[in-house]
Design a protein around this ligand. Structure first.
Ligand code: BDP
Length: 732
């Protein structure tokens, strides 16, 4: 017996000592990421747990509606997990320590006299207050609508998930943006354009009869961050989604999402009247076409009374549109807007357009096309503008359309899926990118006319406001292809709710909810996330370079690629030659700078006053140009490439420091992807530096180790033949 005991201890103890040496990873149950930031694990901090347990006994959500039931379920589920004991729901305010409802749904809430503070919070806002009901202490969640109560419930849970205090709660919050949407680029065959997280969530073949439980969790997750709409289908649209059979499927999804305040929208293929209706034309001024869309809208609204409306990509990249009939974008948008207006629907018309003719400067096209149309759109049209004038690059200046169309609601389009930023594997926190754009000053109405103030309607008093993010969600167990890509879904929602929030504060909340409240996890992970965006800019496209990734698949470096349509090739964008590098957009060049308001226009027009992060975006700069650091442009460029790889190594070190402080399954997933990122950052650096060196003919700055291989070697590399990156092998 004794000997067996000793033996057992020898084995077990040495194993646990070994893992303790690495840290205590074995103590934390492994997770697969499915629960996102809604894990609701028991609060680890003993003092906080005592405080929460003392403050919360019961939940009373006063009122009956699917949305209020969702709030009740979330509170009981979340609090039971967080407090580590059952927190039941009650039917009487007097026993409840959390009371939630609207003045209409709840006499207890109405009796609190909150009409005044609620008045300024709109439909979606909420109050959370510590108060007394009768002689009992209570936490009140009050809102003007049921969905406001649900948002408040998620917010209270967040306070606890992030170790906040419940003493003297006094929170009033409301979204600054009306439409906070995910755009799914999902096809009806369940492939996802630019999707790197598995297949589309929407099981079209099984709908409407079979409802995957994931739909509800998807809606919960969205609701928890304030997202209130989902465009279900790809902007490169398939008309079939507008057939009766598909409308029934869409209605089934809408039914699941509705309690969570998430409306469905669809992309409308402009030629649908021809393809589905058998008409001879899709001319937006044709009476038959207009009648067809009106009838189609009526049909959709009969099945889905709260259908949100249409998103349209027209006359861009081969999509049909009003210009096929010599009509303007406004004609097209207004025709659809008229069809949905009786049902209070909206049309989101994308400004991402460029013609089939190769332009002198592709980035000028959206502005040139849309600015003259300002004031010509119906009230229920929003023009959806990508954050930059090109296409979701690691860094672009903001699109000059922001601020330039005061009479047309412009909504923001970000891309959460990271098509150009390492797709599923590279860790890049987009909160930093998005808030950089939102905080940029357009100068449209003088200093302080930030993009955020354009988007939230403050600047031009838009009738509608909106922000869309191209979704990164798919059937992968962890939803987004990597654990850290979840942060980009999360941050998008939080910024859509309030574009002025800081990326760091959002990251802080996400880390606490997704990983741990342990300061020795929060600090290094936050550091890693906040540096990750600059890292990717450095190792891919520093100093204002853009679009030098592999044509079509957009993965990995291919600055030498020059085949096919010129404005899809890297050489079109970087313009490296023996003199220098960069795209001349100053007045003597394409004059794209003229699309910005003064004084930005003048700042960008001059090479010396252009911020260096945008230098090669606006100028063709000699290799020997003196940068602010005192280095030549060539040396500076190379330093950025090397710094990018060094940053990834630093990120690896930061992640290593949390080993054992987070569960080992997710830790290993992230560690593996950081290894990929490190290799690929070096691939980017070496390929770009060697290639650009063929033009600069200058040596590497002293002290930097030369690339391990020749340029020919890097040119021969292919992006990984990965089924998750389906376009990769196809190009060669
Ligand atoms: C580009 C994508 C392409 C999209 C297009 C768009 O490469 O797949 O269809 O944007 O936004 O970034 O319409």
């Amino acid at each position: 017996m004794i000997r067996r005991g000793v033996f057992r201890c020898a084995l077990v103890c040495s194993v646990s000592l070994a893992s303790l040496a690495g840290a205590q990873s074995s103590l934390l149950p492994n997770e697969d990421g499915y629960d996102l930031w809604l894990r609701y694990h028991r609060v680890a901090d003993a003092a906080r747990l005592r405080e929460y347990r003392a403050a919360i006994q019961y939940v009373f959500v006063d009122g009956r509606s699917p949305t209020l039931h969702a709030a009740r379920d979330e509170l009981t589920r979340g609090l039971s997990g967080l407090l580590g004991r059952a927190v039941p729901s009650e039917t009487h305010a007097v026993d409840a320590t959390i009371v939630a409802g609207t003045p209409e749904s709840s006499r207890a809430i109405a009796a609190l006299g909150l009409a005044k503070p609620l008045a300024s919070l709109g439909n979606d806002g909420f109050l959370i207050r510590s108060t007394n009901i009768g002689r009992r202490h209570a936490i009140v969640i009050a809102a003007n609508s049921d969905v406001g109560v649900l948002y408040g419930a998620f917010r209270l849970l967040r306070e606890i998930q992030t170790d906040g205090t419940l003493r003297d709660l006094s929170i009033a919050d409301a979204p600054k943006v009306e439409l906070r949407l995910l755009d799914h680029w999902d096809n009806l065959d369940r492939s996802v354009e630019r999707g790197y997280a598995g297949q589309s969530l929407w099981e079209w073949n099984q709908l409407p009869d079979s409802i995957d439980p994931r739909y509800r969790d998807y809606a919960r997750a969205n609701s928890s961050i304030g997202i209130n709409g989902a465009v279900l289908t790809n902007v490169n649209a398939d008309a079939r989604v507008l057939t009766a059979a598909y409308i029934a499927k869409v209605a089934a999804l809408a039914n699941v999402f509705r309690p969570y305040g998430v409306r469905v929208y669809l992309t409308a293929r402009f030629s649908a009247p021809i393809e589905l209706g058998g008409l001879k034309t899709a001319d937006p001024l044709d009476a038959g076409v207009r009648a067809w869309w009106k009838a189609k809208a009526d049909e959709i609204y009969r099945a889905i009374p709260d259908f949100g409306g249409f998103l349209v990509k027209a006359n861009s990249e081969g999509q049909p549109g009003p210009q096929d009939y010599h009509r303007s974008h406004a004609d097209g948008a207004n025709m659809l807007a008229d069809a949905v207006a009786p049902h209070h629907g909206i049309v989101m018309w994308r400004a991402f357009v460029y013609s089939n003719a190769v332009p002198t400067d592709r980035i000028k096209q959206a502005y040139d096309e849309f600015k003259p149309l300002d004031g010509q759109f119906r009230d229920n049209v929003l023009v959806q503008v990508k954050n930059g004038p090109l296409d979701f690059q690691p860094r672009e200046p903001f699109s000059p359309l922001f601020g330039a169309m005061p009479k047309t609601p412009l909504m923001m389009e970000f891309q959460i899926t990271k098509e150009y930023l390492g797709e599923d594997t590279h860790l890049v926190y987009l909160g930093a990118l998005e808030s950089e754009v939102l905080r940029a000053d357009t100068w449209a109405n003088g200093r302080g006319s930030t993009v955020a103030r354009v988007i939230d309607g403050e600047l031009d008093h838009y009738t509608h406001t909106g922000m869309a993010g191209v979704s990164n969600v798919g059937t992968d167990r962890n939803w987004t292809g990597s654990h850290f890509n979840q942060a980009n879904w999360y941050a998008f929602g939080r910024l859509a709710w309030n574009p002025a929030q800081s990326a760091a504060a959002i990251a802080d909340d996400w880390i606490r909810m997704t990983w741990s409240n342990d300061p020795s996890v929060v600090a290094p992970v936050e550091h890693m996330m906040l540096m990750s965006r600059e890292a990717v800019v450095d190792y891919m496209t520093p100093l204002g370079l853009a679009h030098i990734m592999g044509t079509n698949h957009h993965y990995g470096p291919m600055p030498w690629y020059a085949r096919g349509r010129p404005d899809w090739t890297p050489v079109y964008f970087h313009r490296a030659d023996s003199i220098g590098i960069g795209f001349d957009r100053a007045p003597a060049g394409s004059n794209a700078v003229a699309q910005y308001f003064p004084p930005l226009r003048d700042e960008f027009a001059n090479v010396d006053s252009t911020p260096e992060k945008y230098l090669l975006w606006f100028h063709h700069v000699p290799w020997t140009y003196r940068m602010r650091s005192g280095r030549t442009l060539w040396d500076e460029l190379v330093h950025h490439y090397y710094a990018g790889v060094d940053s990834v190594r630093l990120m690896q070190g930061l992640w290593e420091s949390v080993r054992g402080r987070v569960d080992s399954a997710r830790f290993a997933d992230v560690e593996g992807f950081l290894n990929i990122q490190e290799h690929e950052a070096a691939w980017w650096r070496d390929a770009a530096v060697l290639y650009f060196q063929t033009f600069s003919r200058m040596p590497l700055p002293a002290g930097l180790a030369p690339p391990a291989h020749s340029l020919a070697f890097y040119e021969s590399l292919r992006c990984p033949a990965d089924p998750r990156k389906p376009r990769c092998p196809a190009i060669y």
